[in-house]
Design a protein around this ligand. Structure first.
Ligand code: DX5
Ligand code: ZN
Length: 220
């Protein structure tokens, strides 16, 4: 599995998003954190910004919906041209229906678990998803400290995916940096979200190359 890096624009300058996207031409995705101040205690951006960003960059958008009622909203993000739409296990009331809708609209379907949510109860959903996101911080803010306690769950998720046999990507999000990315890769993650570690760097593109090199150097 190839390493993919998805820089989070949460750490970018919101007044210059098109320019900030252009600073990371080597990114596999642009990670877009949608927060509603209900599912998480922070408010960021929504559909109009995703629609505008879609026109401003050719990098595929990886929309991470930290919102209540993702069943209501997720399909619209796929319609807006997101390449991937991730909903949270803790918020979705009809995950199978919503994941199928995302796929039927041509986007990849992602399913996210907060640090306190176990992965085993969702093993049966692996056939419905293209990416499993294991949060490595409590969602809501960039720049938080990486939670090592989540690594055993990343390992367990990788085992479930291997046993399942399908092509499900395993993403980690939160506190991923030059300090922590190798641990995540060794545990089986293959898609890495990084906010501060990319946009907090003087040269965000060089930071992506650095992270990719570290993750790619880990034997799994
Ligand atoms: C946190 C968001 C993350 C955040 C990561 O709730 O989901 O995507 O932007 O930022 P860093 O990499 O700075 O922890
Ligand atoms: Zn995120």
């Amino acid at each position: 599995m190839a390493v993919q890096i998805s820089p989070s624009i949460l750490s970018a300058d919101f007044a210059r998003l098109a320019d900030e996207a252009a600073r990371v031409p080597n990114a596999d995705w642009l990670h877009v954190d949608v927060m509603d101040n209900h599912f998480v205690p922070n408010l960021t951006l929504g559909l109009p910004v995703v629609e505008a960003l879609r026109k401003a960059t050719s990098t595929p958008l990886d929309c991470h919906l930290m919102i209540e009622d993702p069943d209501r909203w997720a399909p619209a993000y796929a319609e807006a041209g997101a390449g991937s739409v991730t909903i949270h296990a803790e918020a979705a009331k009809a995950p199978v229906r919503t994941l199928r809708q995302i796929r039927s609209l041509g986007a990849r379907a992602g399913f996210a678990l907060n640090p306190g949510t176990a992965v085993e109860p969702y093993a049966g959903l692996l056939g419905e998803i293209d990416m499993l996101l294991i949060m490595t911080v409590e969602p809501g803010f960039g720049g938080q400290r990486f939670l090592d306690l989540v690594l055993p769950k990343v390992r367990a998720a990788r085992e479930l995916i291997s046993r399942h046999g399908g092509e499900v990507w395993l993403q980690v999000d939160g506190g991923v940096s030059g300090e922590t990315i190798e641990r995540c890769a060794a545990a089986g993650a293959d898609v890495f979200v990084a906010g501060n570690a990319v946009y907090g760097a003087e040269d965000p593109a060089a930071a992506i190359d650095h992270l990719r090199g570290l993750a790619g150097g880990v034997s799994r």
